[in-house]
Design a protein around this ligand. Structure first.
Ligand code: 4NP
Length: 157
């Protein structure tokens, strides 16, 4: 069993989308019972909320149903999860600040490091932008989640 926690700032756009894309991948590969997947935000502003309606709408157009409700990251997550995947440098910085020991820091990964087709350094925050930003987030996450899955399966991480 491998456990994965996707993390962004508010946990209403990027990380619940990443969770949903990754869940679809493991479902298609028949690997659902081999993984635990969740997402969280560095901030609790939207705790209990469903994903942003714009993110949900763009996700639905590609066949994804985001059901996750926002929650802030907790200290215990660093013990519980094998991989903690941040979306941008601000997320990564925040995660390193929360990770108190080396063992926890070693779990922190960058989503964009798993991109296979698209070249980008981070998954940008779509919250204050337009529709194309949400589409780009899904493009990035579909590419990176597949790459991330392959790296886990190949025991490279
Ligand atoms: P996310 O996007 O980190 O991808 O969920 C954001 C959601 C909410 C806010 C910022 C980013 N906010 O400022 O409330």
């Amino acid at each position: 069993m491998k456990s994965v926690l996707f993390v962004c700032l508010g946990n209403i756009c990027r990380s619940p989308m990443a969770q949903t894309v990754f869940e679809k991948i493991i479902e298609e590969k028949g690997m659902v019972d081999k993984f635990e997947v969740d997402s969280a935000g560095l901030h609790g502003w939207h705790e209990g909320d469903k994903a942003d309606p714009r993110m949900k709408k763009h996700a639905e157009a590609r066949g994804y149903d985001i059901t996750h409700r926002s929650r802030p990251i907790r200290k215990e997550d660093f013990d519980k999860f094998d991989y903690i995947v941040g979306m941008d440098e601000q997320n990564i910085k925040g995660l390193y600040q929360l990770a108190k020991i080396e063992e926890h820091k070693a779990k922190i990964l960058r989503m964009a490091d798993f991109l296979q087709k698209i070249s980008a350094d981070f998954v940008p925050d779509p919250y204050y932008g337009g529709a194309e930003g949400f589409e780009y987030v899904i493009d990035l996450l579909e590419d990176a989640c597949e790459g991330f899955y392959q790296e886990i399966k190949s025991n490279n991480i």
